[in-house]
Design a protein around this ligand. Sequence first.
Ligand SMILES: *Cc1c(COP(=O)(O)O)cnc(C)c1O
Length: 259
Amino acid sequence: MLSRPLNGYDGSYEPIDALQTALDALHQRSGLDIPIHVDAASGGFVAPFNSPDWAWDFRLSRVVSISSSGHKYGGVLPGVGWVLWRSGDHLPEELRFNVNYLGGEMPTIGLNFSRSGAQVVGQYFNFLHLGRQGYSQRMASLEAIACHLADGLAAMEPLRLVSHPRGQLPVFAVECDPSIKNWTVFHLSKMMRSRGWQVPAYTLPANLQDRAVLRFVIRAGFNQDMADQLLADVQRNLAWLATAQTPLPSSSDELGFRH
Ligand SMILES: *Cc1c(COP(=O)(O)O)cnc(C)c1O
């Protein structure tokens, strides 16, 4: 079973602990004993610092492997990623290649063989340089800025929060009120891009495709002043959109989406 403590669509964590409870019940009922892989691409470098008491990792007995992206909240240049297995028993034998042509026996599980070790050194540097305390400070600051931004957007009349970043990833989504007929989040996204902000708009996945959202991802280096500038730009764009008397032409990114 694959699970993600990051929901890429709105930045909220998935309840891995509740999934384990459900799988325990399934095991009792049917005999199926299903382990969990956690896709912690973003959450793996956030939850341990912002939500240290929440058990989503190897503290849960069904979790046998966890992946995380060093190049997201790990703070390293793209694209280093990590996979941890609970024990060697859970590492599939088919992933392990034993090579002897460098002298001696050397096991490798990389998808390609020769590649730079620079990113690994970069990750190691961050671990030593920032330490647990440094990552905790960074994540607390990102959470505070994301909350400031989310609260500011929630206060703007036509926007509604789909998720709030408090106690979650510094990632959240907003949608516009269904009463708005003359423009969509796709228009707002395009206008934000012309002010230099990359705030993607997209439709939610299956069974929610009739809802389109704008996603904000707050990364290290984004500060409170930038958040205030971003809020001012959203406000300015909303004021312009409010003057539309008839529906604006649908944007090319919209892929047929309509309110
Ligand atoms: C980014 C992301 C991935 C891909 O990870 P890479 O390190 O970029 O290959 C997978 N799953 C989720 C949930 C992600 O956010």
